[in-house]
Design a protein around this ligand. Sequence first.
Ligand code: DX5
Ligand code: ZN
Length: 222
Amino acid sequence: MIKIAPSILAADFACLRERINQVESAGADIIHCDVMDGHFVPNLTFGPLVIKAARQSTALPVEAHLMIEAPQQYISAFREAGADRIIVHVETCPHLHRVVHQVRETGAGVGVALNPATSLTTVEEILPDINLLLIMTVNPGFGGQSFINTTLKKIHRARQIIAALGKDIWIEVDGGIDNDTASRVVEAGAQILVAGSSIFGKPDPGQACVELRRRALSGKMV
Ligand code: DX5
Ligand code: ZN
């Protein structure tokens, strides 16, 4: 199954609820929220208050993608704000096992994200404990960047490793996903597609969401 996760980073925050409702009506599966701290990544976005607003605007699952240093200090705040899944970066967690279990104890789903230059070997030991592996297909920090082609092989390798484990772990991709790259990441093994500019950057986000899914599914058939 392919899931589409619109990223609100590209949405008009003056009418966030309306924008979220548009993609929900169009069949989006997850609302993706990009939390940035200006340290781990060179951009600042929002914290738990916006997660809470998203949570109150939709019946869809809300996921918090934490691009922040010391994420362990904020796990309970994001969970209390209503995040159904919390994704932390391996690069920010020297004690990843501890943080993963901290997230699990809150009852939220747990995801681990990898930057493009970070090897899959860094998550090998933690895979059995997580629900989702987020493979960044751009360097995190900004919407609207170009897809990095070399990540396709990584997605494929991740799919093989997860298949060998025999566990249900979602492979999510994030960054530069549009009508052209969607089928390629799905072909490589991605199951959840995060998309900001190619959905909320379009005049009709609902229609863009439907079209992105259609293009993604064409990758599944080849
Ligand atoms: C990138 C963020 C993404 C971002 C994607 O640092 O993690 O979720 O919103 O934006 P697009 O789809 O525009 O590349
Ligand atoms: Zn993201």
